[in-house]
Design a binder for this molecule. Structure first.
Ligand code: ZN
Length: 297
């Protein structure tokens, strides 16, 4: 293992299906920034299961990740991945967030910091999303800025109820019922609020603002993160261009190369049954109101 200058980390947090993959891809187009995908899943899905990198190559065959692994750990081995997964089970749990201190915390966070530094860019994006990993990184003193991505919980719940195939293996992605999605939405967002309350650098972005005014929203975000907003990859006000990326895990959007149109997806308005909508409304209050998502009529 060799030492590399530490990278600044932009950590995308929030519940899945909130637009984190899209946001990661857009920010990853900025100069000096490399998008790594959901690093929390890299150890199992990339190193052990050898799933696809965002570039389309199997993880062990991707030249980018091979070089990162060499620089960080002297190569990817099952023992490196196994050790991080063992530490993760001990340290990186949502229920541990209120009292994150643990004898293994430093070693766990160091594995991530070593990987980030080995990516060879001044700024890296980790879109792992989980508040618990953000909490571990902050507690270990990593140079991390958290982007807290929120989306209307009714839209999130509707998305979690849909059947989506994983391009990696053709199996369906995890599905949750509306109540379960709502409980997770509240837990993740409350945990990220807690981190902000503890003094971590947290910038909140609403998915709806991103798709309604992509350039203005990303410019504000880039300024907040100290990034060069002038280089945003937009062809016009709502169409961006995405180049290849090496995101290690994430939703199917990570494989997309070329034009991408940002537009609001309101499928939940007709797709989420009235009783489910009311359940989600109830289970996500008061945070839902705090973020400006009003109760359904
Ligand atoms: Zn790759």
């Amino acid at each position: 293992m060799t030492d590399h200058p530490p990278a600044r980390v932009i950590y995308l947090g929030g519940l899945g299906r909130s637009g984190t993959t899209l946001l990661e891809r857009l920010l990853g187009e900025l100069p000096g920034v490399v998008a790594l995908g959901e690093v929390v899943h890299l150890w199992e899905r990339g190193v052990l299961a050898q799933e696809l990198c965002g570039c389309g190559a199997a993880f062990p065959a991707c030249a980018f990740w091979r070089a990162v692994g060499e620089r960080a750990f002297g190569g990817w081995t099952t023992s490196v991945a196994g050790r991080v997964l063992t530490l993760r089970r001990r340290v990186d749990r949502t229920r541990r967030i209120p009292r994150i201190a643990h004898p293994d915390l430093a070693e766990y966070a160091r594995a991530y910091q070593t990987l980030y530094a080995a990516a060879g860019a001044p700024v890296v994006i980790d879109s792992s999303k989980h508040a618990s990993l953000a909490c571990c990184l902050v507690a270990a003193g990593a140079d991390v800025s958290i982007v807290h991505v929120v989306r209307d919980p009714r839209a999130v719940a509707h998305s979690w109820g849909r059947t989506v195939e994983r391009p990696e293996d053709g199996r369906p992605m995890t599905r949750w019922g509306p109540a379960r999605a709502a409980v997770h939405w509240t837990a993740q967002n409350a945990a990220l609020e807690l981190l902000a309350g503890r003094g971590a650098r947290v910038i909140r972005v609403r998915y709806e603002d991103l798709v309604a005014a992509p350039v203005a929203t990303l410019t504000r975000l880039a300024h907040g993160l100290g990034l060069a907003a002038a280089e945003l990859p937009f062809i016009d006000g709502s169409t961006a261009w995405l180049g290849p990326s090496h995101t290690a895990s994430g939703n199917p959007m990570r494989f997309h190369v070329g034009r991408v149109e940002l537009r609001r997806d309101d499928a939940w308005v007709s797709g989420l049954a009235g009783r489910d909508r009311r359940a989600v409304d109830l289970l996500t209050w008061p945070l839902r109101a705090r973020y400006g998502y009003r109760s359904a009529a």
